[in-house]
Design a protein around this ligand. Sequence first.
Ligand code: DC
Length: 219
Amino acid sequence: MTRSPPNDVFTARIIAIDGPAAAGKGTLARRLAATLGLPYLDTGLLYRAVGRRVLDAGGDPADPATATSAAAALTEADLRRADLRGPHADAAAAKVAAIPGVRAALLGFQRGFGATGAVLDGRDIGTVVFPDAAVKLFVTASLDARAHRRWLELQAKGSEVGLEAVTKDMRARDAMDQARAAAPLHQAADAHLLDTTGLDPDQAFAAALAIARAGLPPG
Ligand code: DC
């Protein structure tokens, strides 16, 4: 899955949003994209789709050769699959995301997606994918706040999983994202920190929109 390489002119209209799981990045990114008229890419879906392909083929998502071939063969249709979420998919995505060959194979697609300006969210958008993005946001919230939000979402879907288990799982995913050698999660030096712990979604969006408008070129 390849698209054209990046162009300095266009990084002027890139909004890079990074942060840990369940910090509210996706909701913010989607709203920013709609308000500013930019395309939106949830880059976590790329890693989820690679993990899914490996699982479908009966392979091990932690095996570098298998996962890297799956990443090279990824199509845009893979991103529209309905089975990219859930504990099984989460675990497979985290494993393939730690493999440098997988990350390299997905870089061109992400950069090409931003060719005419875009909002992208993930873990390494402002640090690796678009280090020259016009606007960088690092969206976070306390572990307890993130786990509580994810637990409410799961409850709304009828899940009976307990808050403690959700918190434990989230702590483990944070550790994997931050400790891996390939593109670990960290705040870019020039990213704006947005801590959503005490904010409702509208307050978080208002803060993010003000930062984005101040950083994007006029027009
Ligand atoms: O944001 P998410 O939970 O959908 O991400 C799925 C996995 O992919 C998660 O383990 C983090 C990883 N990921 C990444 O390493 N880099 C990105 N740009 C986006 C996601």
